[in-house]
Design a protein around this ligand. Structure first.
Ligand code: MN
Length: 313
């Protein structure tokens, strides 16, 4: 029934913490999902907030979904978009995009709460180098179900006979459950790779208890039943594998040469910065830092680090 239970690694991003769920030692990907961060929950003091400076991506889509708070996205295509709870920002990097993620200045002045998820979905073979694209979706674009102590929202993909309007590039599902206490529910079937991540509360699967910050990966073909021990927030995700992918910093590709190219492009300033946010950026982690700044400390031996972590350094 259960293939693995992954415990997220807590990582400080300076002003707030994330739980890095994927990639993990036990499991690099679940379907096309190659990266999963649980952001916060964070209580920002006045003057603090998210401040991820412009950085590049290739070969993936970033999927941002919040429970609380707000993040302002700006990208090199010219999109500026606030994302709020229940909405989705789906940014496809394809052959290359840059973006920033920041707290709005007014919200920063007041102090704010932030809680959400960011997933990266690897693009399938033949689509890794497509034109970049950004799409924002409202809650009404996502089918929802409510009954018997369960609220379920299909963020992306197909599940339970429903289809989300959020456009995807390969077979996958991404579901948000709000469960009351002692509620039973079944993950979507019809996909070879599936997992459930506990945001809050506690669930039981096949006699195993899964805590907040843990992801349970289901065995292929299993018919698991998830029971909430207490009121719980659970994210379900998975789909069909897209094949071997390399991940280095913010770059995902089936080709290591392509990742080297992306490193060169960013180092040499060949990727345009976001429109309206082009005064600073996160340097390539390997770049020797100016004398006054500490080394970012990201090497090829630590491929799971992200832009936000490089920022912290
Ligand atoms: Mn990013």
């Amino acid at each position: 029934m259960i293939d693995a239970i992954i415990t997220a690694n807590r990582k400080s991003l300076g002003d707030f913490e994330v739980g890095r769920v994927l990639p993990s030692v036990q499991r690099r990907m679940v379907g096309p999902f190659i990266f999963l961060d649980h952001m916060g929950p964070a209580d920002f003091q006045p003057g603090q907030g998210v401040n991820v400076r412009p950085h590049p991506h290739i070969g993936l889509s970033t999927v941002t979904y919040l429970f609380e708070g707000e993040i302002i996205h700006r990208d090199s295509l010219g999109f500026t978009q606030a994302i709020r709870p229940g909405e989705v920002n789906w940014m496809t990097a394809g052959k290359g995009i840059t973006h920033s993620e920041r707290t709005d200045p007014f919200r920063r002045d007041m102090g704010a709460r932030l809680h959400g998820m960011q997933a990266w979905v690897a693009l399938p073979d033949g689509q890794e180098e497509i034109e970049p694209n950004f799409e924002h979706y409202q809650g009404k674009d996502m089918p929802a179900y409510e009954g018997d102590g369960l609220y379920a929202r299909l963020i992306a993909g197909e599940a339970y006979g429903a289809k989300s309007k959020v456009r995807t590039s390969s077979p996958l599902f991404y579901v948000h459950w709000e469960m009351g206490a002692d509620v039973k529910a079944t993950p979507p079937d019809g996909y070879s790779e599936r997992a459930a991540y506990v945001v809050s509360g506690e669930i039981e699967v096949d006699g195993r208890f899964i805590q907040p910050g843990q992801m349970v990966v289901f065995t292929v073909g299993a018919r698991p039943v998830v029971r909430s021990v207490k009121p719980s927030t659970v994210m379900l995700l998975g789909g069909e594998p897209v094949g071997e992918r390399h991940i280095w910093w913010n770059f995902v590709s089936s080709s290591m040469d392509r990742i080297e190219q992306a490193k060169d492009d960013w180092r040499e300033g060949r990727m345009h910065l976001p429109v309206g946010d082009d005064l600073e950026f996160i340097p390539l982690p390997d770049t020797p830092p100016p004398p006054s700044r500490p080394t970012p400390g990201v090497t090829e031996d630590e491929p799971g680090k992200t832009a936000a972590e490089a920022e912290r350094a």
